[in-house]
Design a protein around this ligand. Structure first.
Ligand SMILES: C[S@@+](CC[C@H](N)C(=O)[O-])C[C@H]1O[C@@H](n2cnc3c(N)ncnc32)[C@H](O)[C@@H]1O
Length: 311
């Protein structure tokens, strides 16, 4: 077993044992089981077919949706070291299982119905169906999950390593074109041969050598507590763009260009200040059907992405 896998596995075993996880074991949040953003709403703004993409996203959904759109050169940069192992578990499940088993294996919160969590999540029978494919795709990922599922109740693994921030099926189908049944079958072939690159690290601290046509930073922006940090992130990532490259600086929930800024919002939502801060770049907002977190009180919401090009 290589050192990186041994460190990550030990760290995950500690998390599942509920031991205190100190800084040496990594300061990173739980993984997202699925995206919480309407990726379908913005994906077509980006030229992905035969172009390159650098993205964050521990759910793997950004990568899988990009592959679905014909992107072949993809790097997943994420501070969460388990992202690679989850990506391959999800991909092996997509390749081997039908869509119903895929949901049964990976969905948890409010599945199959609202207020009924899925106690079959990560169930061993379904895991056994994907082990050969998982070994073939990435043996480290097989070792990682096999060890965790052998040592702990899979339900506990789900609770300790994954966020509870999980949308309902209707929303996930909207966000992820790969979950619609026609794409789902075609996608299996593409997923077998496209090998994303994985970089584990903090984007502020990690040296990245490649240049990209597209970069997606998901919703890291709302977690940044100063305009200096937002500028630092934008400068660093824009410097990795090819000419004519596109940077998704941030996903903005329930926001359009006329949404008034309230003082308790994250700074990235203060669009007037953001445009001034990033005046070295061509910045624009693209708006689309948004995420409705409050599904028992349905209303039409619009989300946006903050897009940036070099001038
Ligand atoms: C803020 S989270 C939001 C997830 C998102 N809503 C989605 O749909 O995937 C975005 C991802 O960025 C990662 N992340 C957060 N801060 C990071 C950093 N400084 N460097 C690299 N990745 C980071 C997290 O691990 C997570 O997978």
């Amino acid at each position: 077993m290589n050192d990186e896998l041994a460190r990550n596995l030990n760290n995950a075993l500690l998390r599942c044992s509920n031991y205190y996880v100190d800084e040496k074991c990594g300061r990173f949040n739980k993984m997202y089981p699925f995206t919480t953003e309407n990726i379908s709403g913005y994906i077509d703004y980006f030229p992905l077919k035969d172009h390159s993409l650098l993205t964050v996203g521990s759910s793997g959904d950004q990568v899988i949706n990009a592959i679905d759109k014909g992107c072949t050169d993809i790097t997943l940069l994420d501070i969460n070291p388990y992202s690679r192992y989850y990506y391959y578990l999800k991909v092996a499940s997509l390749i081997i299982m039908n869509i119903d088993d895929f949901r049964l294996f990976l969905r948890f919160v409010d599945y199959p119905k609202k207020f009924q969590d899925n106690y079959n999540v990560f169930n061993k029978e379904l895991f056994n169906k994907v082990t050969n494919e998982l070994k073939f795709l990435d043996n480290d990922s097989y070792i990682f999950w096999n060890k965790l599922f052998s040592n702990f109740d899979p339900l506990l693994v789900r609770e300790e390593l994954f966020s509870k921030d999980e949308s309902d099926d209707k929303s996930l189908n909207l966000f992820n074109s790969y979950l619609n049944s026609t794409n789902y079958k075609e996608l299996k072939d593409k997923l077998e041969y496209i090998k994303p690159k994985f970089i584990t690290g903090d984007l502020f601290l990690t040296e990245i050598k490649q240049k990209y046509d597209n970069i997606w930073l998901s919703s890291i922006g709302p977690f940044l507590r100063s305009f200096e940090k937002i500028k630092e992130m934008t400068d660093k990532m824009a410097s990795l763009l090819n000419d004519n490259g596109l940077l998704l600086i941030s996903y903005l929930y329930a926001t359009t260009k006329v949404t008034p800024y309230e003082s308790d919002y994250s700074l990235i939502y203060d669009l007037e200040k953001i445009y001034a801060l990033l005046s070295d770049y061509q910045v624009e907002l693209k708006t689309f059907l948004g995420v409705n977190f409050n599904s028992w009180n349905p209303k039409i919401i619009q989300d946006s992405i903050l897009l940036c090009r070099k001038k």
